[in-house]
Design a protein around this ligand. Structure first.
Ligand SMILES: Nc1nc2c(ncn2[C@@H]2O[C@H](COP(=O)(O)OP(=O)(O)O)[C@@H](O)[C@H]2O)c(=O)[nH]1
Ligand SMILES: [Mg+2]
Length: 493
């Protein structure tokens, strides 16, 4: 068994090396770099356990709870904007790896300047990732615990960072929150996760916000919806209160720790890692290498075809292709203008809703805040702060969450209506391009058969964040401009 495993691993590494040489010879340095990363990961037997979920679900708090220290910054607003990898090291050490390959050692206190939206807005510091070494037993034997930016917030680049990491992951912990329950956009994200990652653990965090009956009901609700959406019948959802778990570990309070459900989850993850880690590292390495191989094969096939075709014929075909494409471009442009018009109308409607919310609810919240201040002003400072924080959490954050949830449902419905009208038009255009190119260049169509679906896979996501009032960001099929309120490309693998 061990020999078989070693043989498999050796052959896989040889295959990846051969492929890497091939990509280097073809001048594809990006593919070569990514193959080198895959190979290093297999050699070092690294296992990437990635924590995924929408913003504010408690991903970072969960990682802190697993490690038993509030190491990574958390907040009530979307905070993490960079992939942070926690790995084993005999002492605490933080390294920032920049896009250009530079590595800078920083202190734990400086971490927020690099990994948060506030400290590093829109990733202006060009950080590729941050690696934190920490002497936690959970991280021993090559386990990397990966914190990702939440998807679905106003910061679209956060979503893209998470999507680009997903294909590298060996297993995922998908965090939901007990309150609010699972949303449409969360389900759309989950479908994408399942396309890249085989093993996903579902965790329902923040169960401390619910009583026993509500907790059971809400977990059952999430379970049945996930099963329906993924078309499977054996989903398990694990309860958790990451916040309570972290507090319990810091206070060394074992009764509280049991109440947080973390020990059960730790045992489950520990078991899984012990049994499956080696196999999963090989399996996901092979998957990634195969994807890379298919891409190279396809590119080489095109080159070969071009070499076999006489130059004159090729130029003539290219000319015809460009002519045809001009017409298709015009069609696509018209569709885009119409679609954007519809989206603008939706945004205006949302702005009106927001204005209404501002006038009524925000005014009510401010009155509540004032009232809480009046009621608690005589208390000592620490109790005063506690009471005010409680009001902010219960009266304001919760109020926003409820409004967002309702708005999300309404917008999802309206967006789905607009999207279904345009998706068939887009698919027609894609089909035309495929037919033109396959007719002229005799290329196999299978590679392109993935059609754009606006209505089922795509949804809009938004958040009331720093840049109000028009705060929409779309996962739509056209533009990739990062400006809020503009249609943008749906992040894909
Ligand atoms: N009540 C409660 N709040 C939590 C829990 N876990 C996280 N939070 C809070 O949720 C907010 C977002 O947490 P964070 O870890 O930054 O979420 P992330 O965006 O998913 O990384 C913070 O205010 C946390 O204190 C939990 O188990 N219970
Ligand atoms: Mg976070």
């Amino acid at each position: 068994m061990l020999d078989e495993y070693k043989g498999l691993r050796k052959n896989l590494l040889l295959g990846i090396e051969e492929l890497r040489n091939f990509t280097l010879n073809r001048g594809n340095s990006r593919a070569a770099e990514s193959l080198a990363e895959i190979s290093q990961k297999i050699r070092e037997n690294r296992f990437y356990l990635v924590v995924l979920g929408e913003f504010k679900r408690g991903k970072t708090t969960f990682i802190n709870a697993l490690l038993g220290e509030p190491l990574l910054p958390t907040a009530v607003v979307p905070l993490t904007s960079i992939v942070t990898m926690m790995r084993y090291g005999p002492e605490e050490r933080v390294e920032v790896i920049f896009e250009d390959g530079r590595i800078e050692r920083i202190s734990m206190q400086e971490l927020h300047l690099f990994v948060t939206e506030r400290g590093n807005p829109g990733n202006e510091k060009s950080v590729k990732r941050v690696e934190v070494s920490y002497p936690s037993p959970f991280l021993q034997d090559g386990v990397y615990l990966v914190d990702t930016p939440g998807v679905g917030s106003v910061f679209a680049n956060n979503t893209e960072v998470t999507y680009s990491f997903m294909p590298k992951a060996d297993a995922a912990i998908f965090l939901l929150a007990a309150d609010p329950p699972i949303s449409q956009s969360e389900l759309a994200f989950l479908k994408d996760v399942r396309q890249s990652i085989r093993k996903v653990f579902f965790v329902q965090n923040k169960v401390d916000r619910l009583d026993q009956d509500e907790r059971i009901e809400s977990m059952e609700f999430s379970r049945s919806i996930i099963e329906k959406v993924l078309g499977v019948d054996s989903v398990e959802v694990h309860p958790l209160s990451a916040k309570l778990a972290l507090k319990a570990k810091q206070e060394n309070d074992s009764a509280k720790l049991q109440e947080s459900y973390l020990p059960r989850l730790e045992a489950l993850l520990g078991n899984f890692l012990m049994r499956e880690k080696g196999r999963e590292v090989i399996r996901s390495g092979a998957d990634q290498a195969l994807r890379s191989f298919n891409e190279e094969k396809f590119a080489a096939e095109i080159e070969l075809k071009a070499l076999e075709t006489p130059l004159q014929v090729l130029e003539e075909r290219l000319g015809r292709f460009q002519e045809e494409m001009k017409r298709v471009d015009q069609d696509a442009f018209d569709a885009r203008v119409l679609f954007e018009g519809e989206i603008k109308r939706l945004i205006q409607e949302l702005d009106l809703d927001l204005e209404r919310f501002h006038r009524t609810e925000v005014a009510r919240m401010m009155q509540g805040l004032d009232k809480a201040h009046q009621e608690n002003r005589e208390l000592p400072l620490s109790r005063y702060t506690e009471a005010m924080e409680r009001y902010v959490q219960e009266g304001i954050v919760r109020g926003f969450d409820e409004w967002l949830e309702k708005e999300n449902v309404k917008l999802d419905e309206q967006y789905a209506r607009v999207a279904s009208r345009f998706s068939s038009r887009i698919n027609q255009i894609i089909q035309e391009i495929l037919e033109i190119s396959s007719g002229l260049f005799q290329l196999s169509l299978e590679r392109f058969q993935e059609q754009e679906s606006l209505d089922s896979e795509t949804s809009l996501y938004y958040m009331v964040g720093d840049p109000p009032p028009s705060f929409l960001i779309w996962r739509a099929p056209f533009d990739s401009s990062p400006v809020p309120c503009c249609p943008r490309t749906s992040p894909r693998r």
